[in-house]
Design a binder for this molecule. Structure first.
Ligand code: NI
Length: 163
């Protein structure tokens, strides 16, 4: 496993649409292992492949229950109920903002074995999925964050929400 360099604002790769993964092979497995290692090293809750310069539809998330890799994820259902919370991004150091997201999401994805899987998530897990999925489409949280300053105490409380 190896650490990869996280790309930051100004790097064009963050604004491009990632391409579908066609073959799940050892190279992809190494990429995912490296992404997980890099996410932990950077204290992130999630990491999307474009953030390390790879334009593939892959992201990893760990909200405290172990790492999960999403390959070719597709959001198939979102709740009407919403949540408002603080987000940050490893690719935008120092920036925080409130983002409104659906409370729950249902995602169709592929596992590392190529099997199709439906994952249902809510709360922080759902927020991380939306944030990472946006990265696959070249969208960043600063594009959709609320126009209001984040309260200091909420920055501390939400320290783990950097994706
Ligand atoms: Ni991010």
């Amino acid at each position: 496993m190896a650490l990869r360099i996280v790309r930051t604002m100004g790097d064009e790769v963050l604004r491009k649409r990632a391409k579908e993964v066609k073959v799940i092979n050892d190279k992809l497995k190494i990429l995912i292992d490296d992404m997980i290692e890099t996410m932990y090293a950077e204290n992130g809750v999630g990491l999307a492949a474009p953030q390390i310069g790879i334009l593939k539809r892959v992201f990893v998330i760990d909200v405290g229950e172990g790492p999960i890799a999403f390959i070719n994820p597709e959001i198939i259902e979102v709740s009407e109920e919403i949540q408002k919370g603080v987000e940050g991004c490893l690719s935008i150091p120092g920036e925080r903002g409130y983002v409104i997201r659906p409370m729950r999401v249902k995602v169709k994805t592929q596992t590392i074995n190529g099997d199709e899987e439906i994952i249902e998530a809510e709360g922080l897990f759902a927020r991380a999925i939306f944030h990472e999925n946006d990265h696959l489409n070249g969208q960043l949280f600063i594009d959709i964050m609320e126009d209001e300053p984040v309260l200091e105490e909420e920055i501390d409380e939400n320290d783990g929400e950097i994706c």
